[in-house]
Design a protein around this ligand. Structure first.
Ligand SMILES: [Zn+2]
Length: 396
């Protein structure tokens, strides 16, 4: 079944044709009308009720046709303006939060996320090693003044996650005016230091989008991670993060549970964030999430949860036919480049569809144990696609 994704025009998205979401939506649907002034932030592929995919042939929603929901949600994101600093609760916390505050935490599921860059991608991921945080606090005096002598001294003495937690909690709970003044002072008097630390551009960008926000000062606590296209990050439960810039494909467990703490006009739940988040620091280089290679053509990203895994197919145009082994779970394929004929088994027998950039295909349970990518007449470039599926690799 060919699908049309659901496009979301949040204001943090990239504008017009610059957005990978807009590019994909146009390639997917000839009737899609691009508005150069509109922001295109997300395209959803799956059965989530806030943006369910449509089956092209019949116009029905995917959940109606499948008569069930998929355990994962697959997306394309195009980010121009920082997304909120956030963590996602684990399954246990999600169940409790949903029970206690159903209006804020709308379901009882966890929300692990895997993001794979389509363009150079910038994100904040996890806390920096404690020594780096100490260096930052010492270097930027307005910050150490805001946190206060006692907490800074304790951090110097103990040099551990507990000390980082104390400092970060003080920062997050500080009066907005005090925080805004601190940001202002650093912006004005610490350009040289910011530049030396490679933070000047991102400091100015984030401060421009959210002037004086506490999230700007989180740059001194969290790892700034730069991904090249094809590189990935995995955000498990309680891993603090914020996407800052770039395009990616993202796969996640089906949930809306976000605990926010900055760079957002939405509700901030600082208490819960401080209670949930992992303060243990690691260097930015540890944050890359590596796939494992099945063969010359396919790599798979296997997160430590059952809800989803993502395969990356990169098929050279010189290869005539490629057979991909799959398990009997519903999968969603998104084509990025090239042209191939996809042959697969369906309830109604074998089927062939030509797939090219923007094509989204639901691969049914009946397609197992293998689908074939056949040579297309005009195959041009190498063929690349991502396939989201249930994480059966974890047990293999
Ligand atoms: Zn997130």
């Amino acid at each position: 079944m060919e699908l049309t994704g659901w496009v979301k025009n949040y204001e943090w998205g990239k504008r017009g044709i610059n957005s990978a979401v807009a590019q994909m939506a146009m390639a997917n649907d000839p009737d899609f009308i691009l508005n150069e002034n509109e922001t295109y932030a997300e395209m959803w592929m799956g059965t989530h009720f806030c943006g369910v995919s449509i089956v092209k042939e019949t116009g029905e929603t995917l959940d109606r046709v499948l008569k069930k929901d998929l355990p994962y949600l697959f997306k394309v994101l195009s980010i121009k303006k920082a997304l909120s600093i956030q963590v996602h609760p684990n399954k246990c916390e999600a169940e409790r939060l949903h029970k206690e505050r159903p209006l804020i935490y709308k379901d009882d599921n966890h929300k692990p996320e895997l993001s794979i860059a389509l363009t150079p991608f910038l994100a904040l991921v996890g806390f920096q090693p404690v020594e780096d945080i100490i260096d930052n606090i010492d270097e930027f005096e307005p910050l150490s003044k805001l946190i206060g002598k006692d907490a800074v001294h304790a951090l110097h003495q103990n040099r551990n996650a507990e000390g980082v937690k104390e400092c970060y909690e003080i920062l997050m709970k500080s009066d907005e005016t005090v925080v805004a003044n601190c940001v202002k002072e650093i912006a004005k008097n610490y350009k040289k230091e910011l530049k030396q630390d490679g933070l000047l551009d991102i400091f100015n960008t984030v401060n421009g989008d959210f002037p004086g926000d506490v999230g700007v000062l989180s740059l001194f606590f969290l790892n700034l991670v730069r991904l090249q296209p094809g590189q990935a990050i995995y955000l498990g439960a309680n891993e603090i993060h914020a996407y800052l810039d770039g395009d990616c494909v993202e796969c996640m467990a089906c949930s809306d549970n976000v605990i926010r703490a900055g760079l957002t006009p939405k509700y901030k739940d600082v208490e819960q964030l401080i209670a949930s988040v992992i303060f243990e620091g690691k260097p930015a280089s540890c944050k890359l999430f590596m796939p494992y290679r099945i063969d010359d053509t396919v790599q798979v990203f296997v997160p430590p949860v059952d809800d989803f895994a993502v395969m990356h197919v990169a098929l050279k145009h010189t290869v005539d036919t490629y057979k991909l082994q799959i398990q009997p779970y519903g999968s969603i394929l998104l084509t990025l480049t090239g042209v191939r004929i996809l042959r697969l088994n369906t309830k109604d027998g074998p089927k062939e569809i030509t797939i090219t950039r923007g094509n989204i295909v639901y691969i049914p349970v009946e397609a197992a144990p293998e689908i074939e990518f056949l040579h297309a007449e005009d195959c041009g470039d190498d063929f690349t696609a991502y396939i989201a599926t249930y994480n059966y690799f974890r047990r293999a």
